[in-house]
Design a protein around this ligand. Structure first.
Ligand SMILES: [Zn+2]
Length: 472
C-alpha cells in the first residue's frame, strides 16, 4: 500500500461521510434492519482477482466505495497442548504476518469458530458452533434479534446446516454433527428463513437421485419426511428436548415451515405475499454451482453451469421478501459459502464465479435498501470469515513477499494468481459497511496493521450490533 493510499484510507475511516454528504451523528435510532454478508474464505486478493476478471480493474465493487472500510482479524481460541480447556487465543501478530511467509498458515480459524465469534461475540475453539470453549451455549445475533421482535434469516450457497449459517442459529459441540445442527435450526430455533443447499434428493450436479441416504444436512430421514408432509409434530425430537418446537414467534403454537425446492419457487417468492416461515432448498446436494462436475481448474465461466439452479442473489431476494414484512425489522446473514470451497481446491476460475454471485448479491441488497428501505434504517456489513488458499500474485522464489497482489491481465482473462495453501490462513480480511450505525465499528477498530491499517476483531461484529440494538 502506498503512503497516499494509507492516508486516504485513514481519512476515510476517520471521517465517515455517507453518500448524501451529511455527517452521521452518534445519537440515532437503532438500525431497524441489519444485513451481514459473509464471503467465506475471502481476502483482498480474492476481491481483486474477481474485479480484474469481471471488470478489468480494481475497486470495481459498490461495497468498495462504502464509507466504512476496515480490516478484521479472525483467529480462534485454542486449547493449549496438555492444558485442559485453558483458553489460548492464537492471536494475530501484524509484524510477523508481513515478515514471515509461513506465519499466515498457522493458527487459522475454521468457519465454525469464526461464525460463532461474529454471531456470539466470543472466541471459541475450531469446530464449535455457538458454544464457548467449555461447551456452554452462547446467545447469538439471531436469538437477540428474535428477542427484539425482529424477523431473522440465514441464506447460503452451501448446505443449510454448514458451519457459517449454523454458527448464527444453532449450538453444538462440533460442526460435523450436521443432522443435530439441522434439527436445532429447524425444530428448536425461532429463525424465520433458512435457504441454501443440501437437498437429499439431488446430486452435486443437480441430477435427481433415485436412491439417497444423504439426509444429514436436513436433520435426518424422518425430519425430512416430516418437512415434506408439512407436519408440525416431528417424530424426531429437537436436540434441546424443548417441547415448543417450530415456534417462531414464541406464542406457544407451532409455525410450520413452507418448503421451496426449485428455482421457480425462489423467483416467485421474491415478490408478492409471502409465508411467514420458509425453508428454501436449492435442488442440489452440496453447492449451487462450485461443486458441479466438469473441469474444476477451467477459467471462470468456461465449464457449463447447472441449468435451472437459483443463484445466491435470487435466494437472497426471496429471503428479503419474507423478512421485510416484520414491522420491527429483521436480521439477515447471507453467506457466499463456496468461495471457500473453490479456494480449498485452488480453483481460480470457480472462485471468481462464486465471487461474482456474491458481488451481485451485495448489489441486489444495496438496491433493496435504496428502493425498499433506506441507509438511515438499515445497516449493511460486507465481510468474510477468514482467508482461504493463501492467494497471492505469481511468486518466483522461496521466502516470497506475502504482499504480492494478483495481477491484472484484463477483463475476461484469468488474472495472475498463485495459491500458496489448500486451507485457511490467519490473515486480516476486509470489512465494508454502510448505513445506520456503520460508524460505530470505529469504536472497536483500535488495532493497526502496518499494511492494512485499522482493524477490529471478529468478535466485535456481535459487540458492535449489540451496542446498536442496546442488547448488551
Ligand atoms: Zn474452509
Amino acid at each position: 500500500m502506498t503512503i497516499l493510499r494509507l492516508i486516504i484510507l485513514t481519512l476515510a475511516v476517520y471521517f465517515i461521510i455517507p453518500a448524501n454528504g451529511v455527517a452521521q451523528t452518534a445519537h440515532r435510532k437503532p438500525p431497524k434492519n441489519v444485513i451481514l454478508c459473509i464471503s467465506d474464505g475471502w481476502s483482498q486478493n480474492h476481491i481483486l482477482a474477481a474485479n480484474y476478471f469481471l471488470n478489468g480493474k480494481a475497486e470495481a465493487q459498490a461495497y468498495e466505495s462504502f464509507p466504512l472500510r476496515l480490516f478484521m482479524s479472525t483467529y480462534p481460541a485454542k486449547l493449549k497442548d496438555g492444558e485442559d480447556l485453558k483458553q489460548f487465543a492464537t492471536g494475530y501478530d501484524p509484524a510477523r504476518a508481513w515478515s514471515d511467509a509461513d506465519y499466515p498458515r498457522k493458527g487459522a480459524t475454521c468457519s465454525a469458530a469464526a461464525a460463532t465469534a461474529m454471531a456470539c461475540g466470543q472466541k471459541t475453539v475450531n469446530g464449535a458452533i455457538g458454544m464457548d470453549i467449555h461447551g456452554k451455549p452462547l446467545p447469538n445475533l439471531t436469538e437477540m434479534a428474535e428477542a427484539l421482535g425482529k424477523a431473522t434469516g440465514v441464506v447460503t450457497s452451501v448446505p443449510i446446516s454448514h458451519a457459517t449459517p449454523a454458527g448464527f442459529v444453532a449450538h453444538n459441540v462440533h460442526r460435523n454433527n450436521y443432522d443435530q445442527i439441522a434439527r436445532d435450526m429447524l425444530l428448536d430455533s425461532r429463525v424465520d428463513v433458512i435457504m441454501g443447499c443440501g437437498h437429499p434428493q439431488y446430486g452435486k450436479g443437480g441430477e435427481t437421485l433415485s436412491v439417497t441416504d444423504n439426509y444429514k444436512y436436513v436433520g435426518g430421514k424422518e425430519t425430512w419426511e416430516d418437512l415434506l408432509a408439512g407436519r408440525t409434530e416431528f417424530r424426531t425430537a429437537a436436540p434441546s428436548g424443548n417441547n415448543q418446537v417450530l415456534d417462531a414467534n414464541g406464542d406457544g403454537t407451532p409455525d410450520p415451515w413452507s418448503l421451496v425446492q426449485d428455482r421457480e419457487g425462489f423467483l416467485r417468492l421474491a415478490s408478492g405475499p409471502a409465508p411467514t416461515r420458509v425453508l428454501g432448498l436449492a435442488p442440489v446436494a452440496s453447492t449451487l454451482q462450485q461443486d458441479r462436475p466438469g473441469d474444476g481448474k477451467a477459467p471462470a465461466f468456461a465449464a457449463p453451469f447447472i441449468v435451472g439452479m437459483p443463484t445466491l442473489r435470487e435466494m437472497t431476494l426471496a429471503a428479503l421478501n419474507v423478512l421485510d414484512g416484520d414491522p420491527e425489522g429483521f436480521f439477515l446473514m447471507v453467506e457466499g459459502g463456496a468461495i471457500d470451497w473453490a479456494s480449498h481446491d485452488n480453483q481460480s476460475g470457480r472462485m471468481i464465479e462464486e465471487m461474482d454471485d456474491f458481488n451481485r448479491t451485495v448489489d441486489a441488497l444495496i438496491e433493496w435498501v435504496e428502493v425498499h428501505s433506506s441507509w438511515e434504517e438499515t445497516l449493511l456489513i460486507v465481510t468474510g470469515d477468514h482467508e482461504c488458499g493463501y492467494l497471492t500474485g505469481p511468486v518466483q522464489q522461496e521466502g516470497f513477499n506475502v504482499k504480492l497482489p494478483v495481477l491484472n491481465h484484463g477483463q475476461g482473462t484469468m488474472p495472475g494468481m498463485q495459491w500458496n495453501h489448500d486451507n485457511h490462513t490467519n490473515q486480516l480480511i476486509p470489512l465494508f459497511a454502510r448505513g445506520a450505525g456503520s460508524e460505530r465499528a470505529l469504536l472497536f477498530a483500535d488495532e493497526v496493521d502496518p499494511v492494512r491499517g485499522k482493524y477490529l476483531n471478529n468478535t466485535e461484529i456481535a459487540q458492535w450490533i449489540n451496542i446498536l440494538w442496546g442488547t448488551r
